[in-house]
Design a protein around this ligand. Structure first.
Ligand code: NAD
Ligand code: DAU
Length: 339
């Protein structure tokens, strides 16, 4: 079995590659990644010498390059992680989100069709459902919840999902989609809430909480997401969407306080800054379908997962210090300098 994994030098894609090479030692994994600011070849160092792994630097929008690769590899399965993934960046500059997330997905779908892949899996997000109110804890996102996006990021992901379903209905392409809640764990790029707060705490820098910090996210340890995708590509029903989440809702402010506590840093580092434009209030996934159909359940509790994550950032300082010492400085200044 050959699986093409796009965006494998990023956070979830790399964790998926590690998981797949371990779980399926006889599979060939071919990673294609453009290596944008969010992609790091150093992340893939542990598998670079694995004979079942190949890395190719390639933009998913490069149709000729993608077709050439599919011609060489004849993949059985495609898992499309590649995306611009940060909501704040999409608010600053939407166009690259349309390019990669919509046009790039279109190219991957065409390649999957042209070369007859047996399964095309699209890694989507719970953000396509919009948000839920804080005063209705009884409401959750199900697969039937209407698409109702808020940011250019989530709109581009929703556009991609619609295209994927159109290829299923129009051409019969064997597709599946997963819509997962917020992930956390090793190799998470330090522009996102949890790794940003860990890095800032360790450097005794202010911890920029948007608004009051009352927004709720439903956190899932990244390996549990990888296991869900692995199950879907092997056992999921073609043409179906599966929501993935572990019923672990937390307010941002509580996460930041917990990180301070774990690292022995004072809460006085917390600074409330101007809120994100159009900020989604609450995400909460109902994972009944993937549980009932595929037997998936999260295995890592938040208590264990956050400890493992903090430990990883403590033990892998060179990985994130190298990132935050480069172009990231300009990004940080632009986003937080005058906030
Ligand atoms: P990430 O930003 O860490 O990684 C994205 C990767 O895609 C990077 O390696 C980047 O170099 C690569 N990439 C970007 N544009 C590309 C292009 N044009 N061609 C090839 N490669 C390109 O993202 P992530 O957090 O790992 O998210 C992966 C996927 O999972 C995304 O599709 C995202 O929408 C989805 N998702 C993320 C979360 C989360 O909490 N992080 C939750 C649900 C779904
Ligand atoms: O729900 C899945 C989504 O989760 C994925 O589709 C996205 O790719 C991923 O980036 C993530 O989106 P969020 O916007 O929820 O994640 P982020 O880490 O950017 O922010 C989490 C919350 O923390 C959000 O309410 C905004 C807030 N926040 C974030 C940052 C970076 C802060 O208060 N301060 C910050 O500095």
């Amino acid at each position: 079995m050959t699986i093409v994994v796009t965006g494998g030098a990023g956070f979830i894609g790399s964790n998926f590659i590690f998981y797949s090479l371990k779980a399926h030692p006889d599979y060939r994994i071919v990673c294609i990644d453009k290596l944008t600011y969010a992609g790091n070849l150093s992340t893939l160092k542990p598998v670079m010498d694995n004979k079942n792994f190949r890395f190719v630097k390639l933009d998913i929008c490069d149709r000729e390059g993608v077709y050439k690769l599919f011609d060489e590899e004849k993949p059985d399965v495609v898992v499309n992680f590649a995306a611009e993934s940060h909501v704040d960046r999409s608010i600053e500059n939407p166009s690259i989100f349309l390019e990669t997330n919509v046009i790039g997905t279109g190219v991957m779908l065409d390649a999957a069709r042209k070369y007859g892949v047996k399964r095309y899996h699209q890694v989507s997000t719970d953000e396509v459902y919009g948000d839920l109110p804080l005063d209705r804890p009884d409401l959750f996102f199900t697969e039937e919840t209407p698409i109702h996006t808020s940011s250019p990021y989530s709109s581009s992901k929703a556009g991609a999902d619609l295209l994927v379903m159109a290829y299923y209905r129009t051409y019969g392409l064997p597709v599946t989609i997963s819509r997962c809640s917020n992930n956390y764990g090793p190799y998470h790029f330090p522009e996102k809430l949890i790794p940003l707060m860990i890095a800032n705490c360790l450097n005794d820098k202010p911890l920029p909480v948007y608004g009051e910090g009352l927004n709720v996210r439903d956190w899932l340890y990244v390996e549990d997401h990888c296991k869900a995708i692995d199950l879907i590509i092997h056992k999921g029903r073609v043409g179906e969407v599966y929501n993935v989440g572990g019923h672990n809702e937390m307010k941002n402010i509580d996460i930041v306080k917990l990180i301070c506590k774990e690292l022995g840093k004072p809460e006085s580092l917390i600074t409330h800054v101007t809120d994100r434009k159009g900020h989604d209030m609450r995400y909460a996934i109902d994972p009944t379908k993937i549980h009932n159909e595929l037997g998936w359940l999260p295995e890592t509790t938040f208590k264990e997962g956050i400890k493992k994550t903090i430990e990883w950032y403590l033990n892998n300082r060179e990985w994130w210090e190298e990132i935050i010492s480069g172009e990231y400085q300009n990004y940080y200044e632009k986003m937080y300098g005058n906030r």
